[in-house]
Design a protein around this ligand. Structure first.
Ligand SMILES: Cc1ncc(COP(=O)(O)O)c(C=O)c1O
Ligand SMILES: [Zn+2]
Length: 427
């Protein structure tokens, strides 16, 4: 039933066997990475069995998912999202090629569906009766959607201030919703305690090792859609850091399997007022250790991780005080030779409007951050003009219409009268 070989601590490297059901490293308390036998995977690639061309969803990459058995996965089309080329915008920003990977087109409207589908499959393989998770909104509504597809009960903790559409989704999908009068970090800690106490399967981002396994499929898709000619940069919005670490892991696996020759660099895109991962990276760069990597450095990372007090941003999905997958995120960015860029809320809202008008993509603010940060990264010389770049659009704009209205204003209002319309439109 299990396809992975062992679990490895992201910091101290200690290995745990497949049957280990804890979430963290028992030696040092850090997060775990799911590891596979590469030799077998290389053979699958060589003999044309990977990817599975009969599938167009995440199960196309089933050989690199931790659990085996289609019946364990929700009967929904998760993944298989489009990669749009936008040459006009590439020219406007001054780079060679630009693509947007629109993961807002997943069943619940965000990239999180990839993670929830895989986490739920693991939960079902283990025979658990209740799944739980804390969320800024998307991870929870995604888990609720996947759980509804499988008839699995789920309990979701969200900050009471989460955008209404995300809370409505949770309720529509029939989750037991606990709206916490506090921050995402409060919701996260409550979920940890209650899930541990009552034996629920905990999907929390940056805690459950299996969410990364679902999210990494977006990297596989991007590279396959580009015919395995990997881009120079992938721009990823970062809150807890789980998505960016997953993208990095997918790229590392593809390189080990011989699928890609070039390892893209990861650009960490954050809101300036919720930028713990970026601040950690800059601190490491300033210390002169930016170019180094390896076991000694990963051991030091937990102690170097920055936190924010009272993070706030219009991009609610990436509003995080303490990045729960910060160590894996910083490690993935450093291993890729990547960089971090931050932008303010005005730039994020402007990016929402620009993506709609110029790329025909409706992104929620947390996803539009990638476009805002790419512009800044090109302007400041972080991303070179000859680059081929992919921006990850992680969530649909329909998730947070109130913020969008701040970006685009209100429509013209007229009386139901032809002349009145003509007058208003200046016809
Ligand atoms: C739309 C969207 N973008 C980006 C992120 C950031 O992902 P992570 O917290 O793994 O860094 C999230 C997480 O909630 C999200 O929902
Ligand atoms: Zn450890």
């Amino acid at each position: 039933m299990w396809r992975f070989a062992y679990l490895e601590c992201v910091s101290c490297g200690a290995a745990q066997p497949v049957g280990y059901e804890g979430y963290l490293c028992p030696k040092c308390g850090n997060n775990l990475l799911v590891r596979y036998e590469t030799e077998h995977l290389r053979r699958e690639v060589r003999e044309g069995r990977f990817p599975d061309r009969a599938r167009s969803d995440i199960l196309r990459y089933a050989a690199v998912l931790p659990v085996q058995g289609e019946h364990l996965f929700p009967p929904l089309r998760v993944g298989g999202t489009p990669l749009y080329a936008r040459p006009g915008l590439a020219a406007a920003v001054g780079i060679s090629e630009l693509f947007f990977k629109d993961d807002g087109l997943n069943p619940s409207g965000s990239l999180k569906d990839r993670a929830s589908a895989v986490a739920l499959a693991v939960a079902r393989a283990r025979g658990v009766s209740m799944v739980a998770g804390a969320s800024t909104g998307n991870a929870g509504s995604s888990m609720a959607c996947m759980a509804a597809a499988m008839g699995t009960p789920c309990t979701i903790f969200v900050p009471a201030g989460a955008p209404e559409a995300k809370i409505a989704q949770l309720l529509v999908f029939g989750a037991r919703v606990v709206a916490v009068r506090g921050s995402y970090d409060d919701a996260f800690d409550l979920c940890l305690e209650l899930a541990g106490k009552h034996g629920w399967f905990n999907r929390n981002t940056g805690y459950n090792p299996f969410t990364r396994e679902g999210k990494k499929t977006v990297a596989y898709e991007i590279c396959e859609q580009l015919r395995w000619e990997a881009p120079h940069w992938i721009v990823v919005p970062v809150g807890d850091g789980n998505i960016i670490s997953a993208v990095g892991k997918g790229l590392e696996e593809m390189a080990a399997m011989g699928l890609i020759r070039r390892r893209p660099r990861l650009l960490c895109a954050q809101a300036a007022t919720s930028a713990a991962v970026s601040r950690t990276l800059w601190k490491i760069e300033r210390s002169g250790a930016g170019g180094t990597s390896g076991a000694e450095v990963w051991c030091e990372l937990p102690g170097l991780l920055e936190c924010v007090r009272g993070a706030h941003t219009v991009a609610d999905s990436i509003c995080v005080d303490r990045p729960r997958d910060g160590v894996a995120a910083v490690r993935a960015i450093m291993e890729s030779g990547g960089a971090a860029v931050t932008v303010d809320d005005d730039m994020i809202l402007q990016a929402v409007a620009e993506l709609g008008r110029k790329a025909a993509i409706f992104a929620e603010p947390a996803a539009a951050v990638t476009w805002a940060c790419l512009r800044k990264a090109v302007d400041t010389g972080v991303v070179e003009k000859s680059a081929r770049v992919v921006c990850l659009i992680t969530g649909s704009g329909l998730k947070d219409v109130a913020s969008t209205q701040r970006a685009v204003g209100k429509p013209l209002q007229v009386e139901p009268d032809v002349e009145a319309v003509e007058r208003s439109l200046g016809l």
